[in-house]
Ligand binder design. Structure first.
Ligand code: AMP
Length: 492
């Protein structure tokens, strides 16, 4: 039973995981949903050779693979570096499931002794860098680190911050290998030396309160890709932000490339928003692969969803053949993705079937989250422009531009209407102005003939005039998925 439902109802993985929590690993993508990269694109997984300790490294930061060639690692993962290629290294993961792929070279550090594991040990940084790091937030009074001495190989230095000043102390190595700051007071290792000076801190002029916190390297380095790596093959469509093309990354990986017209964008907001896109990862959200922001036009490269946007898909031959159960599954998937955005406190601002993309096996993913914010105010405004999606917009947004997760919930109700009418435009025959007027007088879209009354009840909840009374996405997800389960059981 479990295997059967998991195989055939993959979009409800989160429910199956709740029902049978022990049978899937938490971070495994739901089978059948992710279109797995062709195996041939992955570097071969060879058996683990016996490795010289000099090739053993540890991951300094989390890194998420953006293509089949790359390797996802978590901070602290043990790695074997097989070769260096420019700013990347080919690594084999030694912790967890074995895997092979490229990661940025500045995300790894060599492990050659126990000390390397210590949070206070900073390999390969200079006195000046240590000083700058200790003086920048979130480091504070009492932050300290031990680094390799620049002038004497095999020796170390202790750098410690006392309010706005950093002091450095040479840690010498005696002929017997003992480490000392003060002659005649040696320790067998750095751990014991630090324990002593944590108590006797006056010698080092500042209490040793907390190990220095490292700076995350600029993410831009890892996401930014040269434009030459991408080939545009076929125009897929055009949206507010510019054209979208199907393309190939490094002649191998199919991707979607959004070509942004920068003239339509608040440039200073772009960097901030892209950071958001990089941070968000969920199987119901379109995954960002790369960015080309050096020169113009700007490319935003994402995973390719072969069946295009949900609105067109629903009105296609294939879409029109979908059953009510299929339609509810679409509603559940979107609610699942929105629940994740809700947890992350991200407001979508333009939730609509046109911004949901469809892949194989009726996989639905949310696109363009947060991007609406990038549009210049004069384009994306209520006054004098047709570009505001009035028919999807909650009254408080149309009237006061107060976007919130609750205004997204309103839009989700309209999206449900689109789904259960197989892609019909809401409020057909009404102008935007008439729609705003009618809504303010209490009018709501009628129940589509193909829509179960219970689902229409959910729509009406989403369209409560008082935003606070609308449900959360979490509640919507639970409700729709229980409707799905019930209907599914009654059919089988
Ligand atoms: P947008 O600018 O996001 O509204 O995109 C315009 C159109 O391009 C959409 O309606 C889709 O049909 C298509 N499109 C956008 N992103 C993708 C993608 N990742 N995969 C496939 N088609 C896409």
């Amino acid at each position: 039973m479990e295997q059967h439902v998991r195989k055939h109802l993959t979009f409800l993985t989160f429910i199956w995981n709740k029902l049978w929590p022990n049978t899937v690993s938490a971070d495994r993508p739901s089978q059948g949903y992710f279109d797995p990269e062709p195996v041939a694109l992955r570097p071969d997984l060879e058996p683990n050779p016996v490795l010289p300790s000099s090739s053993l490294f540890s991951a300094l930061y989390d890194f998420r693979a953006r293509s089949a060639e790359e390797l996802s690692v978590s901070q602290g993962d043990k790695l074997c570096i097989l070769k260096e290629e420019g700013e990347y290294v080919l690594a084999r993961r030694l912790t967890g499931e074995p895997a092979l792929g490229y990661i940025p070279a500045n995300y790894v550090t060599r492990i050659n002794e126990e000390t390397s594991q210590q949070p206070w040990y900073f390999r390969g940084i200079s006195r000046n860098e240590a000083q700058q790091l200790l003086l920048s937030p979130p480091n504070q009074h009492g932050s300290f680190l031990i680094r390799d001495s620049e002038s004497s190989q095999g020796e170390y230095s202790l750098s410690v911050r006392n309010h706005a000043k950093v002091s450095h102390f040479r840690i010498c190595k005696g002929p017997d290998g003992g480490l000392y700051i003060q002659k005649g007071c040696p320790f067998p290792n750095l751990e014991e030396l630090l324990t002593f000076y944590t108590v006797n801190w006056k010698v080092v002029q500042s209490p040793l309160l907390q190990p220095c916190i490292p700076k995350t390297p600029l993410v831009r380095d890892a996401w930014e890709r040269p434009r030459s790596e991408f080939i545009l093959r076929r125009k897929l469509g055009e949206g507010y932000f510019g054209e979208v093309w199907e393309g190939l990354w490094k002649n191998m990986v199919p991707v979607a490339i959004k070509i942004i017209k920068q003239a339509d964008m608040k440039a200073e907001d772009f960097t901030k928003e892209i950071q958001n896109l990089k941070r968000l990862k969920h199987e119901r959200l379109i995954q960002l692969h790369a960015v080309c922001s050096v020169g113009e036009p700007l490319y935003i490269v994402t995973e390719l969803m072969r069946k295009g946007n949900l609105q067109s898909y629903l009105s296609s031959l294939e879409g029109r053949a979908l059953s009510t159960l299929h339609l509810i599954s679409i509603a559940c998937q979107v609610a699942d993705g929105m629940t994740y955005l809700e947890e992350q406190h991200i407001v979508h601002r333009d939730l609509a079937a046109r911004n949901i993309l469809v892949g194989d096996n009726l996989t639905c993913k949310i696109a363009d989250f947060g991007l609406a914010r990038l549009l210049k105010d004069d384009i994306y405004s209520t006054s004098g422009s047709t570009k505001i999606p009035v028919k999807w917009t909650a009254p408080e947004v149309a009237n006061y531009r107060t976007y919130s997760l609750k205004s997204d919930v309103w839009s989700y109700g309209i999206l449900l209407y689109e789904v259960f009418t197989y892609g019909q435009t809401p409020y057909e025959g009404m102008t935007n102005q008439e729609t705003i007027q009618q809504i303010s007088m209490g009018y709501r879209l009628p129940r589509p003939s193909t829509c179960p009354p219970e689902i229409y009840g959910v729509m009406l909840e989403c369209w409560k005039g008082n935003a606070e009374e609308r449900p959360t996405f979490l509640a919507l997800r639970e409700k729709l998925c229980s409707i799905y389960r019930r209907l599914h059981n009654s059919l089988s």
